[in-house]
Design a protein around this ligand. Structure first.
Ligand code: 1CP
Length: 342
């Protein structure tokens, strides 16, 4: 199907655009009253994420309400552990918790490589519905967590500031760590390929916890697995977003991905120099959206000025925070559209 608005895909491929495309990480859910109404109806996050019609509905909401140039499928990175045989619970006000964790060879042995159709069919069904309902209005983004970030949750069992259980395993049992990372990688490649077949036009890999590793550890325990993913996906463009991995920008820029995501700690000019041949995505501090409209517009003008309008996808440097007023997000999106006209 031909897309009416393919700015995101043209920017990802490095082609000329008449203005910069814009979307925000975590735009589906979190900030919209319309999202909360559907979540209420579903009863729980997991019920919402596993009911394709409802997941599709909240995926499309930000396209209608915020005017973003892409939809991102409503799901979570933790569906991969679930698909491998490690279920999670979503605890209200607290976040995800794994009743069982993976810390021994026997735990690892009990996991399977996820079969996208059998284990994650609900996400693929949601993608198909969104694709049909979007009817070519904007591209659809699929996603998965990077293997190291998924490893963090599977071993730690919950969110953490330090992920010290996960990192302990890297030091004390690198062999186990690599085996688990490989199993996650194999599952993730199959899952991302299935998302492309189901209709995803671009795939983003979230390495949300990249920043807790040393450069040396990042090179050993994260980058090689992201590389396997990039090398395996030929169907659609891939974006790698490694939050906090300012030290690995050059190496990430050498992967066979199309787009590199930046957080707000990463200097824009320096990032262009380190990653000269790829489209960059980012990187406004989500807290900048707490400002008034005038302040938000000034920040956007600075950001677009620094990135330039080409080889660029405007976004925040991480997900939009839940207490951001939707009007401020709309102000951010409208300002990008205005300041990036060529
Ligand atoms: O918000 C959206 O755009 C919808 C899709 C989406 C995405 C892209 C969700 C729904 N989760 C994610 C990705 C995700 N999930 C990441 C990577 C991106 C990032 O760094 O923000 C991570 C690390 C998670 C794990 C996760 N899921 C957390 C963080 C836990 C921690 O370590 O503190 C939490 C709180 C969740 C729950 C969750 N996922 C999504 C929603 C809407 C929610 C809130 C749950 C609810 O509504 O009850």
């Amino acid at each position: 199907m031909n897309l009416q608005n393919d700015l995101l895909l043209r920017a990802a491929r490095g082609e000329r655009v008449e203005r910069t495309p814009v979307w925000t990480m975590r735009q589906a859910g979190r900030i919209l009253a319309e999202y909360r109404a559907v979540r209420e109806q579903a009863g729980s996050f997991i019920k919402l994420a596993t009911t394709p019609e409802l997941a599709a509905e909240v995926t499309i909401q930000p396209v209608d309400i915020l005017g973003v140039d892409a939809a991102i499928i409503f799901s979570d990175i933790l569906v991969i552990p679930e698909g491998m045989g490690l279920p999670y619970k979503m605890v209200e006000q607290r976040g995800p918790v794994f009743p069982r964790t993976v810390r021994t060879a026997a735990d690892l042995e009990s996991l399977r490589i996820a079969d996208p159709e059998a284990d994650l069919g609900y996400v693929l069904d949601a993608l198909k519905i969104v694709k049909k309902e979007l009817n070519g209005r904007v591209p659809l983004i699929g996603f998965a967590g990077a293997p190291f970030t998924i490893f963090c949750y599977m071993t730690e069992g919950k969110g953490s500031k330090t992920f010290s259980v996960a990192k302990k395993l890297l030091y004390t049992d690198p062999e186990f760590s690599h085996s688990l990372l490989q199993k996650i990688t194999d599952s993730t490649i199959a899952y991302l390929k299935a998302q492309a077949v189901a209709g995803a036009d671009l795939l983003q890999v979230f390495d949300s916890w990249a920043g807790i590793l040393s450069p040396e550890q990042y090179r050993e325990f994260s980058l090689p697995y992201i590389k396997q993913i990039c090398d395996a996906i030929h169907e659609v463009p891939v974006t790698v977003f490694a939050k906090g991995a300012f030290f690995a920008r050059k190496e990430i820029g050498e992967l066979s991905c199309s787009v590199v995501g930046l957080d707000w700690n990463m200097d824009i000019q320096e990032s262009r120099e380190l990653i000269p041949n790829k489209t960059l995505q980012g990187n406004l501090d989500p807290c900048a959206l707490y400002g008034n409209f005038e302040q938000i517009r000034a920040e956007v003008k600075k950001m677009v000025g620094a990135f330039g309008t080409q080889r660029y996808i405007a976004n925040l440097g991480h997900g939009v925070y839940p207490d951001t007023p939707p009007d401020n997000v709309r102000c951010f999106i409208d300002a990008v559209k205005e300041y990036s006209q060529v």
